[in-house]
Write a protein that binds this ligand. Structure first.
Ligand code: ADP
Length: 459
C-alpha cells in the first residue's frame, strides 16, 4: 500500500496530456511510482509504467507523460521538477500512427515482395533537440503495437545508446523496453534483462563523423549490410522497418553524410527536429529528386535540455561502468586479466595521427578531402601498436577478426566482439592489466584503441 513518507516524498497529480519533467544528478537517485489508489496510466518516453512499481532514476533528465491523468509519488529530491502542459506528444503519436499504417501495408505483402519492407525513418537535427528521445518513443509505441522495430544508433559521440560510447549499434526490439534504462547497454556476453537480440556493434574511434568521414561511411555501409541480412531472416522486423538515430547534423557540410546514410539504409522518411533551415535543405535535396522519401518537420519538446559537458561525460562513464559492473538489477563481476606483451597472441591496433608523411591506409580522411589534399594533423589512420602507458584508462575494442588476419582493412571494417578496460600498464615489464567481462586470456583477435571515448571511466 502507498504509505506516504512525508519527510522525503512528493505527490504530483497530472491532468490528461501533461508531463512530469525531472532531473536527477549522477550522484543522486530518485524513485517514482504511479499511485495505485488514484486512476490513470503514465509512460516514460513511450514505455508504459506498471502501476505501483517503483522506478529508480539516477543521472538523467527525463519526463513521465500521461494521456489519462494520474498521480505520481516521488521519493528523493530531483534537482529540477515541474509539470508541463505543452508537449509534442500528440504529434509524435500521429507520426507513429502514420508509420503503423505503412507497417500494416508491408505485413500484407508476400514476404519476398519489395513492399514487405516497412517504413525506414531517419531522425536528424541539432544537438539536444530530442532525437534519441523520439527514437525511444517511436520504438516504445511500435513495441506496444506488437511490432519488432530495428533501432539503429549512428551517433558514436553519444553516451552509448545500445552499447558502450564510441560505437555505432543496431538491435531489434521484441518486447518492452526498460523504463529506467531506456535501450540499455549490457555487454554482449553477459546475461541481460534487456530484451534485445545481440546488438550489432561497430567501433568508430573518433567523436564526430566529419572528422573521419571516409571511415564513418565505411562503417555505415557495413552496418546497413548487416542490418539488411538480419531483416531477411526476420520478417516481423522487416515489416516493422527501421528507426535511425543520428549524430547532430546541423549544418550544410553534413548534407553529404546525410545523403549517404539515406541511400545506404534506403530511408523512406526523414524527420527533422529543431531546425527550420535543415528541414528546408532536406526538402530541397530530397523532395523532387526522391519522391519516395518523405521529409517531415517535427516540433521539439520544451523539456529537451542541453546537457553540459560534465553531465555528458558522467553519462558516458556510467555507461562504461555498467558494461563491466552491471547495475542494481544485474550485477556483473569483471575479471582482471594480465596481458603479457612478449609474443602476444592478439594483434593490437591504434588510431594514430598521420602527420608523418605516411599516406597509406588513410582510413579516417576527413569530410571533403581526398589523398591529394591532406592537412597533416587532422588526418588519422589505423596502425599496429606496441604496448604503451598511454593506453592506461582507455577502452580496448576486441574485434571479430583473427589476429593473424589483421590487415588495416579488416581492422577498419570489422564488427565488435566486446570491450576491455586498461587498468594498468607496465612499460618495462611489457605487461598490462585489463578488465574483461569474460574470464580467461585475451582472445587471439585484433584489438583496437581509438581516440574516443576519452579515458578515465572507472576512477
Ligand atoms: P538529442 O538526441 O537530439 O541530442 P535527446 O533526445 O538526447 O536529444 O534529449 C536531450 C536531453 O533532454 C536528454 O537528456 C533527454 O532525456 C531530455 N529530454 C528530452 N525530452 C524531454 C522531456 N520531454 N522532458 C524532460 N527531459 C527531456
Amino acid at each position: 500500500s502507498d504509505l506516504i513518507n512525508t519527510s522525503s516524498s512528493l505527490e504530483r497529480t497530472l491532468k490528461p496530456h501533461q508531463e512530469f519533467r525531472f532531473e536527477v544528478p549522477p550522484t543522486a537517485s530518485v524513485t517514482i511510482k504511479i499511485k495505485t489508489d488514484a486512476p490513470g496510466t503514465a509512460e516514460l518516453f513511450g514505455t508504459e509504467l506498471s502501476r505501483g512499481t517503483p522506478y529508480t532514476f539516477t543521472g538523467c533528465k527525463s519526463a513521465i507523460y500521461t494521456w489519462t491523468g494520474c498521480t505520481l509519488i516521488i521519493e528523493g529530491a530531483p534537482s529540477v521538477e515541474y509539470i508541463a502542459e505543452e508537449t509534442p506528444m500528440s504529434t509524435y503519436l500521429n507520426l507513429h500512427i502514420a508509420l503503423e499504417k505503412l507497417r500494416v501495408a508491408a505485413s500484407d505483402c508476400p514476404p519476398t515482395a519489395d513492399g514487405a519492407q516497412g517504413p525506414r525513418i531517419l531522425l536528424i537535427g541539432p544537438p539536444d533537440v530530442g532525437k534519441t528521445t523520439l527514437c525511444k518513443i517511436l520504438t516504445g509505441y511500435a513495441i506496444r503495437q506488437g511490432r519488432k522495430p530495428m533501432v539503429i544508433n549512428l551517433d558514436g559521440g553519444s553516451e552509448g545508446v545500445l552499447s558502450v560510447p564510441g560505437t555505432l549499434s543496431a538491435a531489434s526490439f521484441g518486447s518492452v523496453m526498460d523504463v529506467e534504462d531506456g535501450f540499455g547497454n549490457s555487454p554482449m556476453s553477459a546475461p541481460s534483462a534487456i530484451p534485445v537480440k545481440l546488438p550489432l556493434v561497430y567501433y568508430y574511434g573518433l567523436e564526430a563523423p566529419e572528422s573521419g568521414a571516409k571511415r564513418y561511411k565505411k562503417l555505415v555501409t557495413r552496418m546497413s549490410v548487416a542490418v539488411n541480412s538480419r531483416l531477411e531472416e526476420d520478417i516481423e522486423s522487416k515489416n516493422t522497418g527501421l528507426i535511425i538515430d543520428t549524430p547532430s547534423f546541423d549544418n550544410q557540410s553534413n548534407g553529404d553524410l546525410i545523403s549517404y546514410i539515406v541511400a545506404e539504409f534506403s530511408v523512406t522518411a526523414i524527420a527533422v527536429l529543431g531546425s527550420e533551415r535543415l528541414y528546408n535543405t532536406m526538402l530541397k535535396s530530397f523532395s523532387s529528386a526522391s519522391p519516395n522519401i518523405n521529409v517531415i518537420k517535427l516540433p521539439t519538446s520544451g523539456g529537451c535540455v542541453d546537457r553540459d559537458l560534465p553531465f555528458k561525460k558522467a553519462c558516458r562513464d556510467a555507461a562504461v561502468k555498467k558494461y563491466f559492473f552491471g547495475d542494481e538489477k544485474c550485477t556483473l563481476s569483471p575479471y582482471t586479466v594480465t596481458v603479457e606483451f612478449e609474443s602476444p597472441t592478439f594483434a593490437l591496433w591504434e588510431v594514430v595521427d598521420s602527420a608523418d608523411g605516411d599516406r597509406t591506409n588513410l582510413s579516417f580522411l576527413p569530410i571533403g578531402e581526398d589523398e591529394s589534399s591532406l592537412q597533416g594533423e587532422e588526418v588519422r589512420k589505423l596502425a599496429p601498436a606496441d604496448i604503451d602507458s598511454r593506453f592506461e584508462n582507455l577502452i580496448i575494442t576486441v574485434l571479430q577478426v583473427d589476429a593473424n588476419h589483421a590487415t588495416a582493412k579488416e581492422v577498419g571494417e570489422s564488427p565488435v566482439l566486446g570491450f576491455l578496460y586498461v587498468q594498468e600498464v607496465d612499460d618495462k615489464a611489457k605487461r598490462m592489466k585489463v578488465l574483461s567481462p569474460v574470464p580467461g586470456r585475451v582472445p587471439a583477435k585484433a584489438l583496437l584503441v581509438g581516440k574516443w571515448p576519452e579515458g578515465m571511466f572507472l576512477t
